[in-house]
Design a binder for this molecule. Structure first.
Ligand code: ASP
Ligand code: MG
Length: 440
């Protein structure tokens, strides 16, 4: 069985929902994971913000606008009076629940319930539409099988057992529809897998049922070899291995959420990125196979700060790096890049919440220099150290651009370079020209 996940834009209007319904109806049984319709989760966040700030009028304004939008969608989506009625009832019940939270104490718990409504609505609407058009589709509630443990990590054995039981209850179903993103936590409360988490749901579902393939449907024809919003002449990459895809997803390729990679990789389930607007395009296939000796793609991560700690005493000293890293751990700030020399170490972070405290603590061990306004440019491919020439190509492409840090050797799949944000576009374009478009 395959798992197909459709993102917010892919189900962003009544027409888009109808297009998705056409795509998912075939003889093969499948599980369809849906995000909330585009913009909905942001509106639900906005509603929660108003309620935290004890501003029910602000919240109600957003709620009314959103409810109106959904009533319009219902009118357009269904053909018969019977299903228009069912659709309206569905919307009504979800908005009644949202409105009930505008009157009382508002906490993290209520917020999680509000945030869950987007996926509950999109899947409810889609399932009704499929039923109206004669498809025997079954709604499998994510809240009945998707669960996280006490560490907020997916509870894999629970998910596997519960989901398979739920599927077995419906041997005659043509297809199954389920919500992305939402789950219950270890205390059975409604929770979620973090923003963008629907990809993660798809991957966890795929792993739980040993799917033959996980398809992530978006509105672009696969992972591109550079950011098409910034760089000219990018093209889709046909094949990536999981490690390459993980580096790209983490370092800024928006098409796939980084958490989605691991469950698929561990269970050896290929992930295919496909385009709802152009369903026949081949997209990108992500699997455990590596195409030898090829540089695949470039991505960039914004809002990076570099911190350099220079110690006169690092020479032959042991324990210096441990002390430095412990400071970042203490302040719960993950490090992205690291480079070292015999007298110092440079690291990058993108979370500046505890920057002041980190700098204060680091000053105990040496001279600290901070540079802000940087981006990490990451080049990904089969970059094993005994493949020759790729480092030279990358460095040559950036010959006119100041580079603050270079990191290679942490994996066989990536070279990371730190440049000024103001040079980002120039750097990405130069890399595309030299690595992919054969310009010298
Ligand atoms: N609807 C959620 C969000 O916007 C989850 C997702 O779309 O992946 O973050
Ligand atoms: Mg998404």
């Amino acid at each position: 069985m395959k798992v197909l996940k459709f993102g917010g834009t892919s189900v962003g209007s009544a027409q888009r929902m109808k297009d998705v319904a056409k795509l998912i109806c075939s003889d093969e049984r499948k599980i369809v994971v849906l995000s909330a319709m585009s913009g909905t989760t942001n509106s639900l966040v906005e509603i929660s913000d108003y309620l935290y700030k004890k501003n029910p009028d602000g919240a109600n304004e957003v709620i009314n606008k959103l409810a109106l939008k959904y009533m319009g969608i219902v009118d357009e989506l269904y053909a018969t009076a019977e299903y228009k009625q069912k659709g309206k009832k569905l919307i009504q019940s979800h908005f009644d629940l949202i409105r009930s939270y505008t009157k009382d104490l508002f906490t993290l718990f209520e917020e999680k319930v509000i945030l869950a409504q987007g996926e509950l609505i999109s899947t409810g609407l889609m399932n009704l539409y499929l039923n109206e058009t004669g498809v025997n589709s079954i709604l499998i509630p994510a809240l009945d099988y998707m669960r996280t443990d006490k560490n907020a990590e997916p509870d894999l054995s629970f998910i596997k057992e519960r989901l398979n039981l739920l599927l077995e209850e419906h041997p005659a179903a043509d297809l199954f529809v389920t919500q992305g993103y939402i789950c219950r936590n270890a205390y059975s409360e409604i929770d979620n897998l973090q923003r963008g988490g629907s990809d993660y749901t798809a991957s966890l579902v795929g792993a739980a049922i040993h799917a033959s393939e996980i398809q992530i449907w978006t509105d672009i024809d696969g992972m591109h070899n550079n950011d098409p919003r910034i760089v000219e002449h990018t093209s889709p990459v046909r094949h990536l291995n999981f490690d390459e895809a993980a580096e790209l997803a983490y370092f800024g390729a928006k098409i796939l959420h980084p958490t989605c990679i691991l469950p698929a990789k561990l269970n050896n389930i290929p992930v295919r990125l496909l385009n709802t607007m152009q369903p026949e395009a081949p997209g990108t296939l992500i699997s455990n196979e590596t195409e030898k000796g090829k540089i695949k793609a470039v991505a960039a991560k914004d809002n990076i700060i570099s911190i350099k700690i220079k110690s006169g005493r690092m020479l032959l000293a042991t324990g210096f790096l441990r002390k430095v890293f412990e400071i970042f751990e203490k302040h719960q700030t993950p490090i992205d890049m690291v480079t070292t020399s015999e007298v110092g170490v440079s690291v990058t972070i993108d979370n500046r919440k505890r920057l002041e405290e980190i700098i204060d603590d680091l000053k105990k061990y040496g001279t600290v220099t901070v540079d802000d306004g940087l981006v990490i440019v990451c080049v990904v491919g089969d970059l094993e150290w005994d493949n020759v020439g790729f480092e030279a190509k990358i460095i040559y492409a950036l010959k006119d651009i100041p580079v603050r840090m270079i990191s290679y050797g942490g994996s066989n799949y990536n070279v990371s370079l730190l440049v000024k944000a103001t040079d980002k576009k120039r750097a990405l374009q130069a890399l595309s020209n030299h690595l992919f478009n054969d310009k010298k």
